[in-house]
Ligand binder design. Structure first.
Ligand SMILES: [Zn+2]
Length: 243
């Protein structure tokens, strides 16, 4: 298959690991699984309570709320169009609650059921939908938002093009998107990808470069206006939907 980030066919073998094959795109440098994991594989990962992050939701709640309050303040500073917020991959709901506390009508989408159950119980002032983004969209549960946050999620998505398209469809013109994901082109990443702490296929199945993610965003009318400096091998983009 062509690169799921930029559609380039040219590629080199990155690694074969535990029966999985990962390629490096000759166009944007992203690393991806081919064959990709299926939706059934992805649900199996999340529906298994041991694999899921559910046990982590209950730990360090105060610390998580403080960190999310800071991220919410940074995101809020760029939002000019209104006060609706969507988090894609909302985990235990901490960032959704942090945005609600900043005056937003705040919604989270999360595939992990225990996460959604925890968030609904702890943060009743917010709305949480269970499922993959495309599933929640198909149920008609999404609106149009002024701010969207998607942190450490897109690397789990085997086909990020339709995923980013879905996010962009639910952003108002001028709305702001904040995405974070591991950076496979970062100077602080080990040259042997299997030695990288972010390397965990099939859970992480698409490893982006800033170039690749920037290009994918541009394709869907999302212009990156800030790339936060990061000592860790991570991309932190702020993008605006072109009006
Ligand atoms: Zn590519």
């Amino acid at each position: 298959m062509p690169c799921p980030v930029c559609d380039t066919l040219e590629r080199t073998l990155e690694t074969q690991w535990k029966g999985m094959t990962l390629h490096r795109c000759g166009g944007c440098g992203s690393v991806y699984m081919d064959p990709p994991p299926t939706d059934a594989d992805r649900h199996a990962m999340y529906d298994d309570p041991y694999q899921g992050a559910s046990e982590g939701y209950y730990a360090k709640r105060e610390k998580k709320m403080r960190r999310c309050a800071k991220r919410a303040r940074m995101l809020d500073a760029y939002v000019t169009t209104g006060k609706t917020f969507l988090e894609v991959g909302s985990s235990g709901g901490f960032m959704v609650e942090a945005m609600r506390q900043r005056g937003y009508d705040a919604t989270g989408v999360e595939v992990d059921k225990p996460g959604v159950e925890y968030a609904r119980k702890e943060f009743p002032g917010c709305t949480f939908h269970n499922g993959l983004l495309e599933e929640v969209e198909a149920r008609g549960d999404l609106g149009e938002y002024d701010a969207v946050y998607c942190s450490e999620v897109i690397e789990h998505v085997p086909f990020p093009d339709p995923f980013v398209a879905a996010i962009a469809r639910h952003m108002k013109p001028g709305a702001v998107l904040n995405v974070t994901t591991p950076d496979v082109a970062h100077w602080n990443k080990p040259s042997d990808i299997t030695k990288w702490n972010e390397f965990c296929p099939p859970s992480h199945c698409t490893y982006f470069t800033p170039k690749g993610l920037r290009g994918l965003f541009a394709k869907h009318g999302l212009e990156v206006f800030r790339h936060r400096f990061n000592w860790k091998a991570g991309i932190q983009f702020y993008a605006r939907k072109i009006a």
